[in-house]
Design a binder for this molecule. Structure first.
Ligand SMILES: *Cc1c(COP(=O)(O)O)cnc(C)c1O
Length: 370
């Protein structure tokens, strides 16, 4: 009996990474919240993204929520989002009391369709307060066209970069295209902590200052609560220390993920599968998602051969039970088809080559047996 091929392995991705060193620095400093590790991470991550400011937070959902608050989204406003990105944006939109307006995604990239966005904006009775463009699976959205539309209509553009740390368009990194961008450092993300973490990045001094205040009770200075709707959402020193030590390896880890994606795409081309649109610099292979009408049968076959897969994501946001009654009239054909056909193969740094080959052989075997 051969071992199972896991979907992800924290052990594998941390080969050669010494978390003890990061922890030791923090223990020695005796400073646990908003100290030198957080300062260093905010400085270095802003520089990595090519922006002026980074404000670290407790997680990526908080980043979306506080970014929405900073651009003025709240009760009575709407926010344009996609419905195939795991409900994170929807959660944040509901948290600030706004309403999500769902647009369909492009059939090739599975990210926000600029044509659908243009149409929605041209027909809107009241313009949305913000657009959230999610760089899904590590693939940059059509960010040039989306930001041109946001500018044209004077709408704030929020990038959701929780799956796309380091993805580039012509040398410019994600997070630097919109007004403000949101990151998660959940352990499985391309840059992951050993627990929860998040951040916003921006070139706006005002937006950075607003999020900085909101993450700490709405303080302008200690015990001065100047902004409403503040809360506690801080990245702690231990996680910041881990991220400081992992950030210099991010590009190498992304290159490893991309190489696995390139291997899959080369080996699976020609099969009746829709493969990721790009395996270039605009894709950091957070998830290798392919599409097939035979998704459930293929998934069962891979499972029987010991290969773990996942589905990102099985239920579209507008059809999730929590708020489905708000969206009974919404129809998003490309999004809904993707939910029924998407299948994610294992793809993570240091994934053994033998496992990559087993995945390819099992997928090929499934179609050869048809
Ligand atoms: C993971 C993720 C988030 C949320 O991040 P958390 O840190 O888990 O709150 C938001 N958006 C996308 C696209 C994500 O993948």
């Amino acid at each position: 009996m051969t071992d199972r091929v896991p979907f992800f392995s924290t052990q594998a991705i941390h080969q050669g990474f010494d978390a003890q060193a990061a922890f030791a620095r923090v223990l020695k400093s005796h400073w646990y919240v908003l100290g030198d590790e957080v300062k260093a991470f905010e400085r270095d991550f802003a520089a990595y993204c090519g922006v002026d400011y980074c404000v670290s937070l407790a997680n990526g959902t908080d980043a979306l929520e506080l970014a929405l608050r900073a651009v003025g989204a709240g009760p009575g406003s709407t926010v344009m989002v996609v419905a195939n990105a795991g409900f994170y944006s929807s959660t944040a939109v509901h948290l600030v009391g706004a309403q999500p307006i769902y647009g369909d995604v492009d059939a090739a990239s599975l990210t926000m369709c600029p044509k659908a966005l243009a149409k929605a904006l041209s027909q809107a009775l009241v313009l949305p307060q913000a657009i959230i463009a999610t760089h899904l699976y590590g693939q940059l959205a059509a960010i040039d066209e989306i930001s041109a539309l946001a500018r044209q209509y004077g709408i704030a553009l929020i990038e959701d970069c929780a799956q796309s740390h380091g993805a580039q368009l012509d040398g410019q990194r994600c997070g630097s295209f919109g007004d403000i961008a949101c990151f998660s450092f959940y352990p499985t993300k391309n840059l992951g902590a050993l627990g929860d973490g998040g951040a916003v990045v921006t070139n706006s001094l005002t937006l950075a200052a607003t999020v900085r205040s909101l993450r700490q009770y709405g303080w302008s200075s200690k015990y001065r609560n100047d902004l409403p709707m503040g809360r506690n959402s801080r990245l702690d020193e231990l996680q910041a220390a881990v991220l400081n030590d992992k950030l210099p390896q991010l590009d190498a880890a992304n290159a490893q993920r991309r190489a696995i994606a390139q291997f899959y795409s080369a080996e699976l081309g020609g099969l009746p599968l829709t493969l990721p649109m790009s395996t270039g610099d605009d894709f950091v292979a957070h998830l290798y998602v392919m599409r097939t009408e035979q998704r459930d049968a293929l998934r069962a076959r891979l499972d029987a051969q010991g290969i773990a897969t996942d589905v990102h994501y099985p239920v579209a946001d507008h059809q999730q039970k929590a708020y489905a009654h708000h969206h009974a009239q919404v129809s998003l054909p490309v999004t809904e088809a993707a939910c029924a056909t998407a299948l994610t193969l294992p793809c993570y740094p240091n994934m053994p080559q033998a496992d990559q080959k087993r995945v390819v052989q099992a997928v090929r075997g499934f179609f050869a047996a048809q």
